[in-house]
Structures are given as structure tokens and as C-alpha cells.
Design a protein around this ligand. Structure first.
Ligand code: FPP
Length: 241
């Protein structure tokens, strides 16, 4: 299923693996959470830059299903940052017409955070500007496993015929079902891995791995990467016309 390039030649949907907060803080002799706070401020700037850059969908990897392995202090600090971030930024997102959605496995998150996530989604449900998707306790394999479980349940309940299952079926069960596939996936901090992010959805995405640490990622750097994307020729397995 080929997607068209965005009208202005830029990507319509950009997904970002925001890596390097810890190193950014450590290089300043500060605790890792200091880097996460700086990273959160960057999120705000990058979201605000989207309308001018023609980016209609932005998906960011905030916390992975593997991130629970970090120290209890870091995990608790990140959870508290997410709670405070949602409380602080929501009015601003509404003002900027940003629709917020969360993807990932919610039951493992604490009730207060889950409540705030529901509230943020409800408060911005009418917004039709930038679509911001925040991946929180998200893992691509976990998402596919949860989707498969729901699909299997529909088969068991007689609502889906296995003979009708094709490439278009599974995406309807993924957390991202209302969001198009990403055109461009960016990872900061010099690591060239996708770390279980949007595994199904990024089958045809372009990738940019850049050395900049996430807290140093400016709207100018973002704009430059998007220009580079505009110069590429995406063929989706076909040939150029
Ligand atoms: C990776 O850097 C970053 C994370 C695991 C957390 C991402 C979170 C933010 C950018 C902050 C806030 C986000 C929102 C939506 C409020 P790392 O810790 O792996 O850095 P390192 O590789 O240098 O150790």
C-alpha cells in the first residue's frame, strides 16, 4: 500500500526516537533526569515547529517497554515528569490546536498517569492541527502481540473470518490504527537502531540517524532533515515513473 509523499515534498508523518538525554546530562556532570527535563522542553519546541514545516503527524518515543529496566530512581523520575508534563502542557496544546494521542500498553502505568492521559486525549479530541502521538510504555512487538490477541478474539467471537485476514487487517488492531504510517523516522544521539519502535508501521519509512543528542535537537536541525527528505525518491518497492 504505497503512500504519497506529502504535498510540499516533505514528510507528512515524522516519528522520532529521542535519544541521548542521559549522555547530555552526564557530560554536564548532572543527573540523568536533568537531561530528560531538557528533553521535555525540546518536545514543546519541536511540536510548535510542525505546522510551519508541513508536518501533520508527529510521533515521539517517550518510554519503551524495555525502559522499566532502568534504575527505580530514573523510572520514577520519568513517570513524574510525564505527569507534570501533561498537566502543564495540555492547555498549551489546546491553544495550538494539537491533538494528543498515546500509544503503548497502559495497564502497567500508574492510575494517576493513565487518568491524565485520558484527560489529555479528551481535551484535545476536537483539535485538528498537528497530531501528536506519544509512545508511552510502548514496544512494537508488544503492540503486535496485543493486536493479534484482539484479532484472535474477534475470530473466536465469529466477527472475523480467518480467510479475510490480509495486510490491511492487522493495522486496524494496532494502537496506531487512526494514524498513517510514518514517512520519516529520526533517531538522535548517534545510535543506528530502531529499538522496537513502530515495527510494522515503518516498513517503508526513510531513516535519519543523527549524532545530535535530543536536548540539542533544535527546530533548525529538524527543518534541515526535512529538506533532505524532500530530495529523496521513495519508490515503495517499485520503480520511478
Ligand atoms: C532516551 O535518552 C530518552 C528517554 C528514554 C526518555 C525520553 C523522554 C523525554 C525526551 C522527555 C520527555 C518526553 C515527554 C513526552 C514529556 P537516554 O536516557 O537513553 O539517553 P542516553 O542514551 O544518553 O542514556
Amino acid at each position: 500500500m504505497a503512500q504519497k509523499k506529502a504535498d510540499m515534498g516533505g514528510p507528512r508523518h515524522v516519528a522520532i526516537i529521542m535519544d541521548g538525554n542521559g549522555r547530555w546530562a552526564q557530560s554536564r556532570g548532572r543527573p540523568r533526569l536533568f537531561g530528560h527535563h531538557a528533553g521535555a522542553r525540546r518536545v514543546r519546541e519541536i511540536v510548535s515547529a510542525c505546522p510551519d514545516l508541513g508536518v501533520k503527524y508527529l510521533t515521539i518515543f517517550a518510554f519503551s517497554t524495555e525502559n522499566w529496566k532502568r534504575t527505580q530512581t530514573e523510572v520514577a523520575g520519568l513517570m513524574s515528569l510525564f505527569r507534570r508534563y501533561i498537566m502543564k502542557e495540555m492547555q498549551e496544546f489546546v491553544r495550538e490546536n494539537v491533538r494528543v494521542r498515546f500509544i503503548g500498553d497502559r495497564p502497567r502505568l500508574d492510575a494517576k498517569l493513565r487518568g491524565l492521559m485520558d484527560e489529555a486525549e479528551a481535551m484535545t479530541a476536537h483539535c485538528d492541527g498537528t497530531n501528536l502521538t506519544i509512545a508511552l510504555n510502548y514496544g512494537g512487538r508488544d503492540e503486535v502481540a496485543r493486536a493479534t490477541k484482539r484479532l484472535a478474539q474477534d475470530v473466536a467471537d465469529g466477527n472475523l473470518d480467518p480467510a479475510d485476514v490480509d495486510e490491511e487487517t492487522l493495522p486496524k488492531y494496532l494502537d496506531t490504527r487512526v494514524v498513517p504510517d510514518p514517512d520519516l523516522v529520526i533517531r538522535t544521539s548517534g545510535e543506528a537502531r530502531i529499538s522496537n519502535f513502530l515495527l510494522w508501521q515503518s516498513a517503508y519509512a526513510e531513516y535519519e540517524f543523527i549524532d545530535t543528542l535530543w536536548p540539542d535537537f533544535t527546530p533548525e536541525i529538524f527543518a534541515d532533515l526535512l529538506k533532505g527528505y524532500g530530495a529523496r525518491d521513495r519508490r515503495f518497492g517499485g520503480v520511478t515513473a
